[in-house]
Design a protein around this ligand. Structure first.
Ligand SMILES: [Zn+2]
Length: 213
């Protein structure tokens, strides 16, 4: 059963997500990109087209790419510049969906903590919204990778990061944004909501009392 969902269903959902995330300030302008796995073997992803405004995302701006990030035959339009990162995550974790936001808090915190290549989020009740987390005492390490326009290099680092335990629920790219994922699109959306809430909480708290680094 290689087919997970149809392009039509995936596109409808991603259009809704694009508009929602834009309204919430997580994907302003053309920023952010989103994908859903529509076939598993061989891997095919439905992904947002490059440089499209997320407030006016349309179903025809969702394109199919193969397991190497290339558009399927007959596809017109250029898939997101960050397609290779989506493919790397879908492969490494067998994820069903990958979502990438450019929020203010992920941008600020990924810069502030870049020197330690990540930071812990702990003791927040909202952590329980992450997959397999059942207590606020969970310590979530959110890794940070340096930003680059070399997507092949970033996707290689992402693969390495996700093959080491414990596997995080998301990762940050410095002064750029958040990547998270899920076994399906509902779980991936929940992870964006939870992680964006936690990032804002951590960021606002640090403004009251900056941590000693
Ligand atoms: Zn981005």
């Amino acid at each position: 059963m290689p087919q997970v969902t149809t392009l039509k269903n995936a596109a409808e959902r991603l259009v809704e997500i694009g508009r929602d995330f834009h309204r919430r300030g997580w994907a302003l302008g053309t920023s952010g990109n989103f994908s859903i796995v529509i076939e598993r073997d061989p891997l095919i992803l439905a992904i947002t087209e490059s440089s499209v405004d997320k407030s006016r995302l349309r179903a025809e701006q969702i394109l199919c790419v193969d397991g190497s990030g290339k558009p399927l035959e007959g596809v017109t339009g250029k898939p997101s510049a960050e397609t290779l990162i989506h493919v790397a995550i879908a492969r490494a974790l067998n994820a069903g969906a990958v979502l990438h936001t450019h929020s203010v808090w992920s941008t600020i915190l990924s810069d502030f903590h870049a020197g330690r290549a990540g930071f812990f989020i702990e003791q927040y009740e909202m952590l329980k919204g992450l997959r397999d987390v059942h207590t606020h005492e969970h310590r979530e390490w959110l890794p940070i990778l340096e930003n680059s326009q070399d997507m092949e290099a970033i996707s290689t680092q992402v693969t390495l990061l996700l093959t080491e335990a414990p596997v995080p629920h998301g990762l940050l790219i410095r002064r750029h944004g958040l990547y998270t994922w899920g076994s399906d699109i509902d779980e991936a959306v929940r992870h964006v909501e939870i992680l964006e809430f936690l990032l804002e909480s951590v960021g606002r708290r640090q403004m009251m009392e900056p941590p000693a680094l």
